[in-house]
Ligand binder design. Structure first.
Ligand code: UDP
Length: 368
């Protein structure tokens, strides 16, 4: 039997896989811990290519997803399956990331079994319990069940301190997404959907709160921009959610310089971000990755739990109003001074060493 400490890592969705892959990697390279990797099965088609890309070995797949499942059902199924697994595996600690049903149910199951929980990317808040829904609630509740809060930034740490958590349970580590970005940018054997010699704007938009009318406004802005800039492409990897696909395809299909493509493999997407002129996105991860690549982001949301990049000036919050998006994009595409100021504003989310710091904290507490 191995004398190493067993760390159980729980992954449900694409961003969790990206942000926990470097942690899994650090565990595997350590001489004191071993990893037991659990997929809850929340995302399938977006997750499996990532698992392969990062060379992750999956130990358990809880396979919880059912068609048209409600949030309560998915959370309950993960909670129950995690409980069974914890009894069977008896890990020394459980590690989860972010704000999904997987991290909520994973931390709760660990709490009920008195197994300490480590929360990666702890302390993000909008301060509005309804936005984003249900992620703000998921992360607020997860914090209450957490033993180690790994805050990516000082602002996230401040949020936790304001909520009364013990300062000795919080560590500022940087965001592990920058570790993942470094791992992926070294892969050069990728085929890109961009067209040779044509500059492009990169777009992602699929958040729950943007479905429906906001998404229509975003698409109207993309269409206007594409018509204003025929020499430029607008590359949009469209999320598999049918609610997103229907609106996007209806609004943008047929515009020759709008390239609607399938969701990209992570290394492809990293290369696209690093080559894009500008990025329009409502994604959390993209708001963290793009500043590390010196790319301005117009954030297609009314508020963000990542205010560091906005405060620094590398990201701009534009919401989903069509003319506001078009005006902001036009300024950046036409005014070099404004563009350079944003592109060189800096990167507040870490240095690529977050996973090592997290592992070191766990080692110091678990190996006594
Ligand atoms: N991403 C990707 N392929 C794509 C679009 C995004 O690999 O076609 C990556 C992106 O770099 C980021 C993550 O997926 O790291 C963001 O996922 P998502 O927007 O689903 O979640 P969020 O970051 O908002 O939690």
């Amino acid at each position: 039997m191995s004398s190493k400490q067993k760390l159980m890592v729980v992954i449900g969705t694409r961003p969790e896989a990206i942000k926990l892959a470097p942690v899994v990697d650090a565990i595997r390279r350590s001489d004191w811990a071993e990893c037991e990797l659990v997929l809850t099965g929340q995302h399938k088609e977006l997750l499996l290519p990532l698992i392969e890309r990062f060379g992750l070995q999956v130990d358990h797949n809880l396979n919880v997803m059912r068609e048209n499942q409600t949030l309560s059902h998915v959370t309950a199924r993960i909670l129950q399956s995690m409980d069974d697994l914890l009894v069977q595996s008896q890990p020394a600690a459980v590690i989860g990331q972010g704000d999904t049903a997987s991290v909520l149910a994973g931390s709760m199951a660990s709490f009920f079994r008195r197994i300490p929980f480590a929360h990666v990317e702890a302390g993000l808040r909008t301060g509005n319990i309804d936005l984003p829904f249900p992620e703000e609630l998921n992360r607020v509740l997860t914090s209450r069940m957490t033993r180690w809060h790994f805050a990516p930034t000082g602002m996230a740490q401040d949020n936790l301190l304001r909520e009364g958590f013990d300062p000795a349970s919080i560590w500022v580590t940087g965001n592990t997404v920058i570790d993942a970005l470094h791992m992926m940018l070294s892969q050069s054997d990728v085929a890109l959907p961009s067209r040779p010699g044509r500059p492009f704007v990169l777009i992602t938009a699929h958040r729950r709160e943007n479905l429906g009318e906001p998404m229509q406004h975003i698409c109207a802005a993309i269409l206007q921009l594409a018509q204003l800039h025929p020499g430029m492409d607008f590359i949009y990897p469209v999320h598999p959610n049918p609610g997103v696909r229907q609106i996007v395809h209806r609004a943008l299909q047929g515009q020759s310089n709008v390239l609607l493509v399938e969701p990209c493999d992570y290394p492809v997407f990293c290369q696209l971000m690093s080559r894009a002129r500008l990025i329009l996105s409502d994604s959390g991860g993209v708001q963290e990755e793009a500043p590390a690549l010196g790319k301005p982001v117009l954030v297609l949301r009314e508020e963000t739990e990542r205010p560091e990049a906005v405060a620094l000036g590398c990201n701009l919050l534009v919401g989903t109003d069509t003319s506001r998006i078009v005006d902001a994009a036009q300024t950046l595409l036409l005014d070099r001074t404004v563009y350079d100021r944003m592109a060189h504003a800096g990167s507040p989310y870490g240095d690529g060493q977050a996973s090592q710091r997290i592992l070191e904290v766990l080692r110091q507490t678990l190996i006594t």
